[in-house]
Design a protein around this ligand. Structure first.
Ligand SMILES: Nc1ncnc2c1ncn2[C@@H]1O[C@H](COP(=O)(O)OP(=O)(O)OP(=O)(O)O)[C@@H](O)[C@H]1O
Length: 472
C-alpha cells in the first residue's frame, strides 16, 4: 500500500486507518470505561471501572444518575457541553489519582449525544511518581486553603476588648451597635489602642461573621501596588507571576468585611477609586474593562487626624464623609488607667499560655508604677513591657523594680508631672501593702506583733495578706 498516494488522494483514508488502531491501543491500556448521555447521566459502566474506583459491583444502581453524584471530579459533563475531548488528564477520586481520557460521542450528523471516559490507571506504572507528586501537591493546596480560610476568620470577639472603665464600656456599646448596622465604620485612635481588634469584633458579631474578614494596611503597601492589591488584576495585565490575574482584597472580602487600616495614608489616586467602589459597589480589576459587583462592608481605621488631612488637601473630603458614617473613638490607655489592672491580667495570662512560663502575679506597687507612665504605644506597648518583665524578672511576683528596669524612672518622671489620676482602690492597696510590709519587717516577721503595731487584729492581717497577694 502506498501511503503517500492514499493520503493525498483520500485524506479520510488516514482516519479510517488510524481510528481502529487508536481504539485498539486505547482498549489495551484502558482499565475501565464509563459512558454518559447528552445530559451527563451514566448510561454504561464496565466492571473494571467499578472495581478500580472501589464502587459497589452492581452497575444497575448507578445508571441514570448524574455523573458528578458518583464521580465528583468527572469532566464528562464539560465534554458533552463543549463537544471537545480531554485527551489526557489527572482525576482525583477518594485518596487516589487516576489518569483519564474523555471523548465526545457524536451521531452521524455530528451532534454530541454523550461522552465516554477511559481510566488508564493500572498500566501507567511509569507515571506513578508524577501521580504521587500530584496527590501531594493537591493535599498541600487543600491544607493551604484551609489555613487561609482560618486566617480570614476573625480572631477577636467583643469580649477580647478588655476594660470596664466608663470609656471602654462606651466603646463596646458603640461597637455592638455598629455590629447590628451594616454601615461603614470609621475607627479613630492612637496606635495600639485596639482598632483592628475592635474591627474584628464588630465583624464577628455582625450578620457577616461567617464570611471573610480581610485586612489591608494602606501604609504598609507600596503606592504602586496598592491598586492591584485592592482591586486585583485581569489575566494578562502583567507578565510573570501575575500573568493569570489575581483577585484583589475587595473580591476576597466579598460578602464579608474589608478592614482598611491607616486609611489616612492612602494616595489620592487610590482614594478616588475607593470612593467609586463605595458608591457603586463594583470594582474594575487592573487591565480589565469588566466591572465586577462586590458586596463588602468597610471598616476603616486611622491614627492620624483625618479632618486635618482633609483641610491640608491630603485626603478627599467626599471620601471622608463617606467613611465617617459611624465613627468610634478608642481612648488612649493613659485616659483609661482604671483598665490597667484588667489589661495586665489578661496580657499576662496570654503570655503564660503562649510561653508555658510559670504564672506570677503583679504587686500593687508594680501597678502603681505602670499607671504613672504615659503609654504612647498604648495596649501594644503594655503587652511588650509585660512580656519583657516576665522574661527578665526572677522574683516570685512582678514588682515595681521589675518594670523600672524596662521603663526607667525618667520616662515615668516626665509623665508623673502630668499627674495622671489613679483609681483610689489602687492607691489604698499600695499604701496598705507598704504599711504591712514595713510592720512585718519591724516585727521580725512575727504576725501577731505586726498586727498589734498596725492596730488591727491578727485575723484582719491574714485577710489583708491574702487580699494583697502577699504570702500569708
Ligand atoms: N482593649 C483591649 N483589650 C485587649 N487587648 C487589646 C486592647 N486594645 C488593644 N489590644 C491589644 O493590643 C495590640 C494592638 O492592638 P491593635 O492592633 O488592634 O491596635 P491598632 O489600634 O489597630 O494599632 P495600629 O494603629 O498600630 O494598627 C493587640 O495585641 C491587641 O490584642
Amino acid at each position: 500500500m502506498n501511503l503517500t498516494q492514499l493520503f493525498t488522494e483520500n485524506p479520510e483514508g488516514l482516519k479510517n486507518l488510524a481510528t481502529p488502531a487508536l481504539l485498539q491501543r486505547l482498549e489495551d491500556i484502558c482499565e475501565g470505561t464509563i459512558a454518559v448521555d447528552a445530559q451527563a447521566r451514566i448510561v454504561w459502566i464496565n466492571d473494571r471501572y467499578l472495581q478500580i474506583m472501589g464502587l459497589p459491583p452492581d452497575p444497575q444502581a448507578l445508571l441514570g444518575r448524574d455523573i458528578e453524584e458518583i464521580i465528583p471530579h468527572s469532566l464528562l459533563r464539560q465534554v458533552v457541553t463543549t463537544g471537545e475531548p480531554i485527551l489526557l488528564d489527572l482525576m482525583a477520586f477518594g485518596s487516589e489519582t487516576f489518569v483519564v481520557t474523555r471523548l465526545p460521542l457524536t451521531d452521524r450528523q455530528g451532534k454530541v449525544v454523550g461522552a465516554v471516559g477511559f481510566c488508564l490507571y493500572e498500566k501507567m506504572h511509569h507515571l506513578k511518581p508524577l501521580l504521587d507528586k500530584f496527590s501531594r501537591l493537591q493535599q498541600e493546596l487543600a491544607d493551604t486553603r484551609r489555613q487561609l480560610a482560618e486566617n480570614r476568620r476573625p480572631r477577636y470577639t467583643m469580649a477580647s476588648y478588655v476594660g470596664n472603665s466608663p470609656a471602654s464600656m462606651e466603646v463596646k456599646r458603640q461597637a455592638r451597635r455598629a455590629a447590628e448596622l451594616d454601615t461603614t465604620v470609621l475607627l479613630l485612635g492612637e496606635t495600639g489602642t485596639g482598632k483592628e481588634l475592635l474591627a474584628q469584633a464588630i465583624h464577628a458579631q455582625s450578620p457577616r461573621s461567617s464570611k471573610p474578614f480581610i485586612a489591608v494596611n494602606a501604609a504598609a503597601i507600596p503606592e504602586s501596588l496598592l491598586e492591584a492589591e485592592f482591586f486585583g488584576t485581569a489575566p494578562g495585565a502583567y507578565t510573570g507571576a501575575d500573568k493569570k490575574g489575581r483577585d484583589g482584597k475587595f473580591k476576597l472580602a466579598h460578602g464579608g468585611t474589608l478592614f482598611l487600616d491607616e486609611v489616612g495614608d492612602m494616595p489620592l489616586q487610590v482614594q478616588s477609586k475607593l470612593l467609586r467602589v463605595l458608591q457603586e459597589q463594583e470594582i474594575e480589576p487592573l487591565g480589565s474593562n469588566k466591572v465586577v459587583k462586590v458586596d463588602v462592608r468597610i471598616i476603616a481605621a486611622t491614627s492620624v487626624a483625618l479632618q486635618q488631612s482633609v483641610a491640608q488637601g491630603r485626603f478627599r473630603s467626599d471620601l471622608y464623609y463617606r467613611l465617617n458614617v459611624l465613627s468610634i473613638t478608642l481612648p488612649p490607655l493613659r485616659e483609661r488607667l482604671g483598665d490597667l489592672e484588667a489589661l495586665c491580667e489578661s496580657g499576662l495570662e496570654q503570655i503564660y499560655e503562649r510561653t508555658g512560663m510559670a504564672r506570677r502575679d503583679m504587686t500593687p506597687s508594680a501597678l502603681a508604677y505602670l499607671s504613672r507612665y504615659d503609654w504612647p504605644g498604648n495596649v501594644r506597648e503594655l503587652r511588650n513591657v509585660l512580656e519583657k518583665a516576665v522574661l527578665y524578672s526572677e522574683s516570685k511576683q512582678l514588682d515595681a523594680d521589675d518594670f523600672a528596669r524596662i521603663l526607667p524612672q525618667d520616662t515615668i518622671a516626665v509623665s508623673s508631672r502630668q499627674q495622671p489620676v489613679m483609681p483610689l482602690a489602687h492607691v489604698v492597696a499600695d499604701a496598705e501593702r507598704q504599711a504591712i510590709l514595713g510592720a512585718l519587717q519591724a516585727a521580725g516577721g512575727r504576725k501577731s506583733v505586726a498586727a498589734q503595731m498596725l492596730g488591727i487584729s491578727r485575723a484582719t492581717l491574714y485577710e489583708k495578706l491574702s487580699q494583697l497577694k502577699l504570702a500569708a
